[in-house]
Write a protein that binds this ligand. Structure first.
Ligand code: SF4
Length: 351
């Protein structure tokens, strides 16, 4: 199939139905497009819009993001999940500030060398903000191409991704690339849905192998399912009057850099933990077993909670920077993982 045979109906559809007034499509700059592309990874447009608007209001340009405290960045990201995205973005902003005179690079390789930016995101930024011509392959585009050409295998397989990139490269037109890329993303998000795609309304239906063979449910092929391991943790809620003890998690790993509750393996470890970090020991009231189950990509976590009432604030905590007693009504100033915030809101409301 020639490039134009595929691109023409896509571009024609875009003119009539494509999305043209999303917040990041107005006043396009590499920075604004970059923020949107990172937020849109794993997250739907409708969810992203209010986050994007809040983020841009507080960090209107690259230097404001580079200079911000990581706490503030994570707090504005709170609820979007996949926090490594926010940490990488701030790290990349600092690299651009320090090594590129604050100017977002315009070369694909240099953009791809920044933390958290892969080939598709780099292509999208340069296409949308700089009018360059690069193919993209985000989740929506992958699904459209996998169905149109009945590409076998799943996305974790090198050969499958090679085929998809080869198709994206071959089909992406040199002219109007920004409109074509936007249209492919929109067709994936609006018509070529994971279940029940709206093929009747799709501009690619007479070029689509899946539509022809009625194999939409078979493509893209799914990753073979592996049982997700289950892990347990016991969170400690130390409370003195209206203050609770928060602990900042290490910068990498799950919920990296966010504020949370201290954790131990089980109840027998509580006393040791208190001795080590608070120089006091107090027994817990009770333990709420498996209060909440949270699903991560690679495992699920059963969270239990021990509430410990203190009759005084400890004279010292072991790590003042990463452990603070905060007023319960000041929690909104801290970036907390959503499940931890939910637990705290429930407990603080109940008592
Ligand atoms: S015809 Fe159907 S399956 Fe094929 S790309 Fe369009 S919406 Fe997807």
């Amino acid at each position: 199939m020639r490039t134009t045979d595929f691109a023409e109906p896509v571009l024609g559809w875009y003119r009539l139905h494509g999305r043209k007034r999303l917040p990041w499509q107005l006043d396009k700059t590499p920075y604004r497009v970059w923020v949107s592309e990172i937020m849109l990874q794993q997250t739907q447009v409708a969810t992203v819009i209010p986050y994007y608007q809040r983020f841009l209001k507080r960090f209107p340009n690259l230097s404001s993001l580079a200079d911000a405290s990581s706490d503030e960045v994570l707090q504005l990201w709170q609820g979007l999940g996949y926090y490594a995205r926010a940490r990488n973005m701030q790290h990349a902003a600092q690299i651009i500030r320090d090594e590129c005179q604050g100017i977002f690079p315009r070369e694909l390789e240099r953009v791809m060398a920044l933390p958290g930016i892969g080939r598709s995101t780099a292509g999208a930024i340069l296409t949308f903000a700089c009018k360059q011509s690069w193919p993209i392959l985000d989740g929506n585009v992958k699904r459209v191409l996998a169905r149109c050409f009945e590409v076998s295998g799943w996305y974790g397989q090198v050969n499958t991704m090679k085929q998809l990139w080869a198709l994206a490269e071959r089909l992406t037109p040199q002219q109007h690339t920004d409109q074509y890329n936007q249209a492919m993303m929109d067709i994936g998000a609006m018509l070529c849905l994971k279940t029940n795609p709206n093929c009747e309304a799709c501009p690619l239906s007479d070029r689509c192998e899946s539509y022809r063979h009625n194999t939409q449910a078979r493509y893209p092929e799914k990753k073979p399912k592996k049982a997700r391991p289950n892990k347990q943790t016991l969170m400690l809620l130390h409370r003195y009057r209206n203050r609770i003890l928060l602990w900042r998690r290490p910068p990498t790993g799950i919920w990296g850099g966010l504020w949370s509750l201290p954790e131990v393996g089980n109840a027998a470890d509580i006393t040791d933990w208190q001795r080590q970090h608070l120089s006091l020991t107090r027994s817990h009231n009770s333990i709420d077993k498996n209060l909440l189950k949270h699903q991560f990509t690679h495992f699920s976590l059963d969270i239990s909670l021990a509430v410990i009432e203190l009759d005084r604030l400890p004279g010292k905590v072991s790590d003042n920077e990463n452990m603070v007693f905060v007023k319960a009504d000041g929690l909104s100033e801290y970036g907390l993982p959503t499940p931890v915030r939910r637990i705290l809101e429930n407990v603080l409301k109940l008592t």
